[in-house]
Each structure stands twice: as structure tokens, then as C-alpha cells.
Design a protein around this ligand. Structure first.
Ligand code: SF4
Length: 225
């Protein structure tokens, strides 16, 4: 199927002036207005803020270009808030802070700058301590780098990528650990992209375990950003 034509809102970018305090700038890979493709909020209009920097090292990572923090420009959080407001004015329902691994940075100044602009969503592996305040936290834990307990306690959805059977056992371990933290997040299994075995395992598991639901990377299936 040919990719669909989808007009995301381009956001003109201003770089930090160079006079900013270090905490008020962040390394940014890209910002764009599109649809959330994954998880419980899939299909909704969202403004994405992809921060640079990740040392988690997932072999299947589809954003490896985001790993080297120094290769991306630092932007002022005030500029990011301006872009988010512009996207909000054009219909974005919420802002998604993603990466890379966004919690490699102190996100408190960003959250403060974005406060009142739109609901704030975070997508994280949970490897680093939580900073900032978010309305929705998607925890996507990794078997080779288990998450911090505070993220298991705070997440609203637990989204586990399924590439092989061991990922299903890991998913249930994460549920048990979240439960020990007195949290009952929404549970999603997401097949690893371009992995027919992972897809079949995730579908079969969700079919047999009604607490879980399938999360598809619908933006990739549809050919939108
Ligand atoms: Fe890629 Fe995310 Fe894993 Fe980092 S945590 S390597 S960005 S999938």
C-alpha cells in the first residue's frame, strides 16, 4: 500500500540564543504535529517533542539517530512552549515528550514552561529518575534495563514491546512490580516492528489474556509520521 499523504503541521524552529541557562535548554531531534500512533491515545492529534540522548541501547530501536545528544541543537524551553502553543492552536490535544530517553534530562523546567499550554504526556523506558509533572506517563520497560520503581508506581499505561516469548513473561513481571507499587496501569503489548513472530505472539497472548490490549504502531502501518 502506498503511504497516505498526511499534512502534519511544520513548526518553524528557533535555536537557543546561547545566553540561556543550561537547565532552560534541551537537545532536540525534532518537533512535529501529527497523530499519536501508539498506546491508549492512539489516533489523537498530538504535538511531539523528541529529545536527543539515550544510553539504553535497545537493539530494535527505530530512533537510533536520537542517541548522540551532542549532535542535536539545544533549544530553549520557552521556544518549545511557543511551538507547542502554536500546535495547540491548530488542534493538538496534548504534547508528547519522547526521545531518545527524555528522562536523561531534568524535565522540570520544560514542564514548567509547558504548564497550561496543553496536557503533557511522557514516553519513557523508566531507566532514569522521574522529573517534571505529567498528565499521562507511558512506561515502555526494557528487559535489559529494568525501570525505576517510581516509574512503575507513576505510569498510566505499561506498554511492552514483544519480539520473543521472554518478553511476555517480562510483561507479567512488570505488572506484578507495578502492583507492588499499588499501581494498576493500562496494559498494552506492542509487537516489534517488522517482526511476524512478535506480532503473532502478541495477538495470541492478548486473545487469551483480556487484561491486555494490542498496541500497533499505526503511524507506521499508515505511512504517516
Ligand atoms: Fe531506542 Fe527508546 Fe530503547 Fe532508547 S529507550 S534505545 S530511544 S527504544
Amino acid at each position: 500500500m502506498a503511504p497516505l499523504s498526511f499534512q502534519h503541521q511544520p513548526i518553524p524552529t528557533l535555536k537557543a540564543s546561547g545566553n540561556e541557562a543550561p537547565l532552560s535548554t534541551l537537545p532536540v531531534v525534532e518537533t512535529f504535529h501529527s497523530l499519536q500512533g501508539e498506546g491508549l491515545h492512539s489516533g489523537r492529534s498530538a504535538f511531539f517533542l523528541r529529545l536527543a540522548g539515550c544510553t539504553v541501547g535497545c537493539p530494535w530501536c527505530d530512533t537510533k539517530h536520537s542517541w548522540p545528544e551532542a549532535q542535536h541543537p539545544r533549544l530553549a524551553v520557552a521556544e518549545l512552549a511557543r511551538q507547542a502553543q502554536q500546535a495547540r492552536d491548530h488542534g493538538a490535544a496534548f504534547v508528547v515528550v519522547t526521545g531518545g530517553e527524555p528522562l536523561q534530562h531534568n524535565l522540570a523546567p520544560l514542564c514548567e514552561a509547558l504548564s497550561g499550554v496543553a496536557p503533557l504526556h511522557l514516553e519513557t523506558s523508566g531507566v532514569d529518575p522521574l522529573s517534571g509533572h505529567f498528565d499521562w506517563i507511558t512506561l515502555s520497560p526494557k528487559r535489559h534495563r529494568p525501570p525505576q520503581p517510581e516509574l512503575l508506581a507513576a505510569c498510566h499505561e505499561l506498554k511492552v514491546v514483544v519480539a520473543e516469548p521472554a518478553d511476555l513473561a517480562f510483561a507479567e513481571t512488570m505488572v506484578a512490580e507495578a502492583s507492588r507499587e499499588l499501581n494498576r496501569p493500562h496494559l498494552l503489548l506492542q509487537p516489534a516492528w517488522d517482526n511476524p513472530h512478535g506480532l503473532a505472539q502478541a495477538i495470541a497472548y492478548v486473545q487469551a489474556h483480556p487484561a491486555w490490549r494490542l498496541s500497533l504502531q499505526s503511524h507506521k502501518w499508515l505511512g504517516v509520521r
